[in-house]
Design a protein around this ligand. Structure first.
Ligand code: PLP
Length: 366
């Protein structure tokens, strides 16, 4: 895949000289990262030829199967993932959860106290937490009241120091997918990095953005093993992007950022896709039953359409219901103090037994 220039609209009224420069990846990268000589690990320097005496990495020769450093680039995991996700291995980064893939975007592209990022609001909290940790200005732009994306307002919030736009689809905590045409417009018109977090895209049938990397050189798509793949404990997140962006990720990440146990367990999970497909079907079926059942409770004012394995419900008294459920050993997420989400609870789809325990408790709330 080659870096392609973003096409300028043919009906753009600006003269050639006034046009913004075409998108250029290296102009977005922080200078210290551009100039960085990355750490070279022993296993990077020795590659290819067969060997069975490893005296290059100061490892202990005993305690085999755990004594060696893991593959720094996780090639076996990526090869299998490439088949499952339909993306070349050269376009995949693996990290210690999506959290690492989010943090690295700041560390590669955003100059502290100079650059800024734009994001939809409300959305996943880690984008703003990582911005604060990296001392980068975070510009939240409210979604419309129906949680749809206003591309004009998002683009208007960006200036010459905006390096990144954060999108999440299906969005957390609202559950809805963002309009594909609006996302594509942002990808075309914004000459910086656009991250589309698709942590929940496995729970609906729309075309995932990772399959359109070739059309959008400024696109980073995030996926995770934490949701559909039922493996939040192993901490494995993915970024899909051009090989040029993946090379920047690899330059800055910790050398052995994905440990051996995680790589092994990921391979084990990927050897039984049928099980994952079964989970997907059962969770979607439960979702289709639980949403209308909650919607018709007198204590529920609205449930919002969802493409994820959770949904947002606006209640008569979110705080009261939240604590009532806690007293019965049922934990949901109280989002009532989040913008646009007054009196809203975010409810994850559980097993059939868990979902009926929730419904039973809600029906008895007085
Ligand atoms: C749960 C979630 C993730 C997953 O994060 P991990 O660090 O991979 O567990 C990523 N993005 C969003 C929007 C999420 O809700």
């Amino acid at each position: 895949m080659e870096t392609q220039n973003i096409q300028v609209d043919s009906n753009n009224s600006l003269s050639c000289e006034e046009r913004e420069p075409v998108w250029n990846l290296s102009s977005l990268v922080r200078k210290n990262i551009q100039d960085l000589t990355p750490y070279a690990c022993a296993r990077d320097e020795f590659k290819g030829r067969a060997a069975n005496v490893f005296l290059d990495a100061n490892e202990n020769p005993y305690n085999t199967s755990f004594n060696r450093y893991p593959d720094p680039l996780q090639e076996e995991v990526k090869a299998r993932l490439a088949e499952i996700k339909g993306v070349p291995a050269s376009c995949i980064f693996l990290g210690n959860g999506s959290d690492e893939a989010i943090d690295l975007v700041y560390r590669v592209f955003c100059e502290p106290r100079l650059d800024n990022v734009v994001a939809i609001a409300p959305t996943y909290g880690m984008y703003s937490v990582c911005a604060a940790i990296n001392d980068v200005e975070y510009r939240p732009v409210e979604l419309n009241a129906d949680f749809s994306l206003d591309a004009d307002r998002l683009l208007a919030a960006a200036d010459q120091h905006t390096k990144v736009i954060w999108l999440c689809s299906p969005n957390n905590p609202t559950g809805n997918s963002l309009d594909r045409a609006a996302i594509e417009r942002i990808l075309r018109e914004f000459h910086g990095i656009v991250v589309v977090d698709e942590a929940y895209s496995d729970f609906n049938n729309s075309r995932p953005f990772r399959l359109d990397l070739g059309r959008f050189p400024n696109l980073i798509v995030l996926n995770t093993f934490s949701k559909l793949w039922a493996s939040a404990a192993i901490r494995l997140g993915m970024a899909f992007a051009s090989p040029e962006i993946i090379a920047l990720y690899n330059k800055v990440k910790y050398p052995y950022n994905v440990n051996q146990l995680t790589q092994q367990q990921a391979l084990r999970m990927m050897s039984d896709i049928q099980q994952v497909q079964y989970w997907r079907a059962i969770i979607i079926k439960e979702r289709e039953a639980l949403l209308p059942a909650v919607a018709e409770l007198p204590i529920c004012k609205a449930v919002y359409p969802t493409d994820a394995n959770f949904f947002l419900a606006r209640m008569t008294d979110a705080d009261g219901i939240y604590h009532y459920l806690i007293d019965r050993g049922i934990v949901v997420r109280n989002r009532s103090r989040v913008q646009l989400c007054g009196n809203c609870l975010r409810i994850t789809i559980g097993t059939p037994q868990e979902n009926s325990a929730l419904l039973g408790a809600l029906r008895q709330y007085r």
